[in-house]
Ligand binder design. Structure first.
Ligand SMILES: NC(=O)c1ccc[n+]([C@@H]2O[C@H](COP(=O)([O-])OP(=O)(O)OC[C@H]3O[C@@H](n4cnc5c(N)ncnc54)[C@H](O)[C@@H]3O)[C@@H](O)[C@H]2O)c1
Length: 425
């Protein structure tokens, strides 16, 4: 482990050159964020502000970090999931002077140790994916509250939790729900998770998707993305849900809907994408077919109850990278990918750069809005806030332009028609 007190702790600094090349590749696919870097690099609006971040250490995150730094921010970072850190990227960031504490495969104690190091000196802003950093600050660092201007949250489960804190009046600084921006939730979660989850499954198994009974638990943003891609590859997709409207949508979009109890008996590949704990548990594992493949792309490692699977098993071994074979007492074998952690980040590289471009443009804008409000003396309330809807259109417009696409504008007559209630039909 390479460690320099107060600066970094990463697996192996010698991986920096490899990581740097991958960051450059991501930069070439993230034109919206790179445009923001260019726009604000001279002005340096983040000068004098420290941002502590807790978010998957991938090549795309590196582009975000280096954009914030290029625009003046001091940054300290940790990963938000023990298996999602890419060690070459962490090395490249450390080598380039980013304060970073992250390595692949750390344990729970180290996970929180890394978060604590990023706030050894109090930040002005926090940037989360899953809300672990915000919770750490709120529960153990009351003294920092006066120093913190605000924060942002990247993912669905984190936003749910922060809204619950907000409802209880426990949130002590304003937080932007970046996840809920249309250019994040409707793109990153759907197309990003859709493609990268299939990517993770393929890297860990090299299995044929076509013709398989492919069970997706949860038909929200992520689940729908995964289901669409699996269907496109020729799988027979089965959806399990707890929300009637989501199940109905799945049916009308050509998916089969059933309970997990039924799906467990017929599925070949299982993916959870719910944000809920214990979606697949002992009672399901015992009825699965020989050779079933099971993974999670929802929240952290909570969606598969692997403790119950271990109790039902006589043996477990790694059959290939990110793929653990469990032999059950009934003799059947079940294959769990990435130990139930996010398969798209642990077994593949996370979402494609093109889609993270928009998510991270939202992150950049959220932090810019927080410091602009602070400098203007606006007292933002200590609540979870949505980003302005106009920002979605701006980000989408730039994205379209960078893709060489143009769209129509309303004519003056059409604008009048849209707003004139006396115009009739
Ligand atoms: N892997 C990734 O990179 C990645 C990316 C974005 C979000 N996420 C995470 O994925 C999860 C889902 O996010 P989303 O944006 O799709 O949320 P969402 O709210 O749009 O969808 C979740 C769906 O799961 C359903 N659900 C809840 N409990 C269930 C259960 N027990 N069985 C079946 N269905 C159930 C809900 O009814 C809902 O339709 C969250 O934890 C989010 O943080 C992961």
């Amino acid at each position: 482990m390479d460690h320099k007190e107060g600066q970094y702790k990463v697996r192996d600094l010698s991986l920096a050159e490899e990581g740097r090349k991958r960051i450059e590749w991501a930069e070439s696919r993230m034109p919206v964020l790179m445009q923001l870097r260019e726009e604000f690099a001279d002005e340096k609006p983040f000068e004098g502000y420290k941002i502590a971040g807790c978010l998957h250490v991938t090549k795309e995150t590196a582009v975000l970090i280096e954009t914030l730094r290029a625009c003046g921010a001091e940054v300290a970072w940790s990963g938000c999931n023990p298996l999602s850190t890419q060690d070459d990227i962490a090395a490249a960031l450390a080598n380039n002077g980013t304060e970073i504490y992250a390595w692949h495969g750390l344990d729970t104690e180290d996970f929180y140790w890394c978060i604590e190091r990023t706030i050894d000196t109090p930040p002005h802003l926090t940037l989360d994916d899953g809300a672990d950093l915000i919770f750490t600050v709120h529960s153990d660092h009351e003294d920092m509250m006066d120093h913190i201007i605000g924060g942002s949250e990247e993912t669905t489960t984190g936003v749910h939790r922060l809204r619950a804190m907000d409802n209880d009046g426990k949130l002590q600084y304003p937080v932007y729900a970046v996840n809920d921006a249309e250019t994040k939730w409707d793109f990153d979660n759907v197309y990003g998770t859709g493609q990268s989850t299939i990517d993770g499954i393929l890297r860990a198994t090299s299995t044929l998707i076509a013709g398989k009974n492919f069970v997706v638990a949860g038909y929200g943003h992520c689940g729908r993305g995964v289901a669409m891609r699996a269907k496109g590859m020729g799988a027979n997709v089965i959806i399990t849900e707890v929300k009637a409207t989501a199940a109905l949508k799945a049916t009308l979009e050509g998916m089969r809907v059933m309970t997990m109890e039924e799906a467990a008996k017929v599925g070949d590949i299982f993916v959870t994408a719910t944000g809920m704990k214990d979606v697949i548990r002992g009672e399901h594992f015992v009825t699965m077919k020989e050779g079933a493949i099971v993974c999670n792309t929802g929240h952290y490692d909570v969606e598969l109850n692997l403790k119950e699977l271990a109790e039902l098993s006589t043996d477990a071994r790694m059959i290939r990278t990110d793929n653990r074979e469990y032999t059950l007492e009934n003799g059947k074998k079940i294959y769990v990918l990435a130990d139930g952690r996010l398969v798209n980040l642990a077994a593949a590289e996370g979402h494609p750069s093109e889609v993270m471009d928009m998510s991270f443009a939202n992150q950049f804008q959220a932090h810019l809005a927080l410091i602009q409000a602070h400098e203007a003396g606006d007292d933002l309330p200590n609540v979870v806030m949505d980003l302005p809807v106009e920002l979605d259109q701006e980000i989408a417009q730039v994205k379209l332009e960078t893709m060489g696409l143009r769209i129509d504008s309303l004519t003056d007559e059409q604008v009048t028609y849209a707003t004139d209630y006396s115009a009739g039909t």
